[in-house]
Design a protein around this ligand. Structure first.
Ligand code: ADP
Length: 162
């Protein structure tokens, strides 16, 4: 029995993240979207806000569960009795970091495998960083995020994204 966890910062969740999640859920019957606290990156949105946005995005799909987590991903997987880490690959540039991460996670939890799905064509160039940047500069990000995320972004002052 495969139980998938899709970890990420989701700052905010984009159509690219959404696409990876839904495709994996179709294939495996469910996914846990695990929103990381992330102590390395300074995030624009708090963990609670990032969880709230992702929860709204997947509110109509009971097979997709959204949870926040702190600390090591391998501990979180163990707590959830999950055995697969799901990640998305957009371009060759993602590969080196993802490969390193997968290797490290295999060391920390040898019974866990990392599974990759490649980005769908329309989302190949979408990243949370670029979405934040376009929004901050007054551009239209509606093609790249769910309407619930757009509504959330609009509640924030643009200065907030600096
Ligand atoms: P980002 O790289 O956008 O800041 P995260 O750190 O939250 O996002 O990434 C979580 C995972 O989702 C990573 O494996 C990342 O490569 C993947 N991912 C991010 N954006 C996309 C996309 N547009 N299509 C496919 N995978 C993606």
């Amino acid at each position: 029995m495969l139980k998938l966890v899709y970890p990420g910062t989701f700052d905010p969740i984009t159509r690219g993240h959404e696409d990876i999640t839904r495709r994996a859920s179709e294939l495996f019957g469910g996914v846990i979207v695990a929103v990381a606290e992330n102590v390395n990156k300074k995030t624009c949105f708090t963990l609670e806000e990032r969880v709230e946005m992702a929860t709204e995005v997947f509110s109509n799909d009971p097979r997709i569960q959204v949870m926040g987590f702190k600390g090591l991903l391998s501990y979180f997987l163990r707590e959830q009795n999950a055995n697969i880490i799901l990640r998305g690959l957009r371009a060759v540039s993602d590969f080196e970091y993802e490969f390193q991460l997968a290797g490290m996670n295999r060391n920390l939890a040898p019974d866990v495998e990392t599974l990759f799905l490649s980005a769908s064509d329309p989302f190949m160039f979408v990243s949370a960083t670029i979405v934040r940047e376009i929004f901050r500069l007054g551009g239209d990000v509606s093609p790249f995020v769910h309407p619930a995320v757009l509504a959330f972004l609009r509640t924030k002052n643009r200065v907030f994204y600096l």
